[in-house]
Design a protein around this ligand. Structure first.
Ligand SMILES: *[C@@H]1O[C@H](CO)[C@@H](O)[C@H](O)[C@H]1NC(C)=O
Ligand SMILES: *[C@@H]1O[C@H](CO)[C@@H](O)[C@H](O)[C@H]1NC(C)=O
Ligand SMILES: *[C@@H]1O[C@H](CO)[C@@H](O)[C@H](O)[C@H]1NC(C)=O
Length: 419
């Protein structure tokens, strides 16, 4: 009975996913297999300053499948810019799904792991930090304060950051980031196929003025009682309360042996705080039976709000990676742009999902090896190493500032500064 009942479910599940995959529109998919270099254009941006970083085509130091390669930043203190073109499309009336995987093998301390979707015509050889984009999405880490998923939407030529906080993964393993935008202007952000944030483009970005505002004309009614607690009218000051002195003579004090009344005057005991004294009398507070709650102005339609039913619509033509990295080692893979969340989910399952356990085991193994090697060093050496590391960190911070100053590229600074 149970088996029979279960059977149709399994069947329909398979059927549904098959159908949805069959109908999925895939605008771009890059698994970084052979030939990827013909699809991606490396930008010349920052080359003349010798600050353009090289990509390493690799599966990384630890992975779940050595044959499954991606592209990894391979030089420290470098800018990275690379992009791929696809046939232009708009997501009007359709869901937009943007997904990729990223692994920070370097224990990222400051750097981005995000991708951009761009519109219009882009000179890919010149693609860089100043190139306008439509959507920027993915993790960003800098110091202790910035560990977040960026979801920036460009509307009316302005880059708008998501107002909600979406923490990103901070370990050294592969994670899949998914951004879904739906025609009803709702969105979801997923990490490893788990929804981390969801809401509306209307409320979670400042794309349009608010739909509703507090009525500026509204006034608190005269008889509105917003005092939650009032003095208890029943409470009476106890008889003799005001007669209790603040200080009393110290009964433990003794007149000193050598006290001379004639020379020193009459001895009086020093005073101490009276434990009976409770300060000026105040009636106790009770809940106000007439309390009407906090007054709030009623909301009215905002006269400045003009709806844009195409708020969620983007015309897209390129996907790009444009990053500054202090420490390199970020590996991107499995970029997909589709209209079908189920397709993206299955792609993630087939890649990251199948490899993650083996990758974790390989990582643990690498860590163990590293620890063993470190413990072989004698204590003097390992102290020296730590000192070296401190110096490196200081260098990192300095170089970052320098490079940021060198860079006339404001969007990146904006991104880190607002945090
Ligand atoms: C590329 O990555 C592999 C695996 O981590 C590493 O062995 C190799 O040295 C890297 N090459 C460069 C040029 O960074
Ligand atoms: C677009 O931006 C301009 C300049 O900031 C502003 O004046 C205009 O009101 C904006 N339009 C919309 C629809 O937000
Ligand atoms: C509550 O409101 C009533 C009617 O206005 C008034 O008579 C009464 O004194 C109020 N009670 C308190 C504790 O303010």
């Amino acid at each position: 009975m149970a088996i029979r009942a279960r059977h149709p479910n399994v069947l329909s599940l398979v059927l549904i996913s098959f159908l949805s995959i069959a109908s999925a529109k895939v605008f771009f998919e890059e698994r970084f297999e052979d030939g990827w270099e013909s699809r991606w254009v490396k930008s010349e941006w920052k080359k003349d300053e010798n600050l353009a970083g090289e990509w390493n085509y690799t599966s990384g130091q630890w992975n779940g499948d050595a044959n499954d390669k991606g592209i990894q930043t391979s030089e420290d203190y470098r800018f990275y810019a690379i992009s791929a073109e696809f046939p232009e499309f708009t997501n009007k009336d359709n869901t937009l799904v943007f997904q990729f995987s990223v692994k920070h093998e370097q224990k990222l301390d400051c750097g981005g792991g995000y991708l951009k979707l761009l519109s219009g015509d882009v000179d890919q050889k010149k693609f860089g930090g100043d190139t306008p984009y439509s959507i920027m999405f993915g993790p960003d880490i800098c110091g202790y304060s910035t560990k977040k998923v960026h979801a920036i939407l460009t509307y009316n030529d302005t880059n708008q950051l998501i107002k909600k906080d979406v923490p990103c993964e901070t370990d050294q393993l592969t994670h899949v980031y998914t951004f879904i935008i739906r025609p009803d202007a709702t969105y979801s952000i997923l990490i490893d196929n788990v929804e981390k944030q969801t809401g509306s483009l209307y409320t979670d970005w400042n794309l349009l003025p608010a739909k509703k505002i507090k009525d500026p004309e509204a006034k608190k009614p005269e008889d509105w009682d917003d005092k939650e607690f009032i003095p208890d009218p029943e409470d009476k000051k106890p008889e003799g309360y005001d007669d209790i002195p603040k200080e009393i003579p110290d009964s433990d004090a003794k007149k000193p042996e050598d006290w001379d009344d004639e020379e020193d005057g009459e001895w009086t005991a020093p005073t101490i705080a009276n434990p009976e004294y409770k300060g000026p009398w105040k009636p106790k507070k009770i809940k106000n039976p007439n309390y009407s709650g906090k007054w709030k102005a009623p909301l009215i339609d905002n006269p400045d709000f003009k709806d844009d039913p195409d708020l969620y619509v983007f015309k897209l033509k390129y996907v790009g990676i444009e990053l500054w990295q202090v420490k390199s080692g970020t590996l991107f893979d499995n970029v997909v742009i589709t209209d079908d969340p189920e397709y993206a989910k299955q792609l993630a399952e087939e890649t990251w999902g199948k490899q993650k356990d083996a990758e974790k085991a390989a990582f643990d193994e690498a860590e163990k090896k590293k620890e063993e090697e470190e413990s072989k060093d004698d204590p003097v050496d390992s102290d020296a190493e730590e000192d070296d590391e401190d110096t490196d960190d200081a260098d990192d911070a300095e170089s970052k500032t320098e490079a940021a100053e060198d860079s006339d590229e404001s969007s990146k600074e904006e991104v880190h500064d607002e945090l």
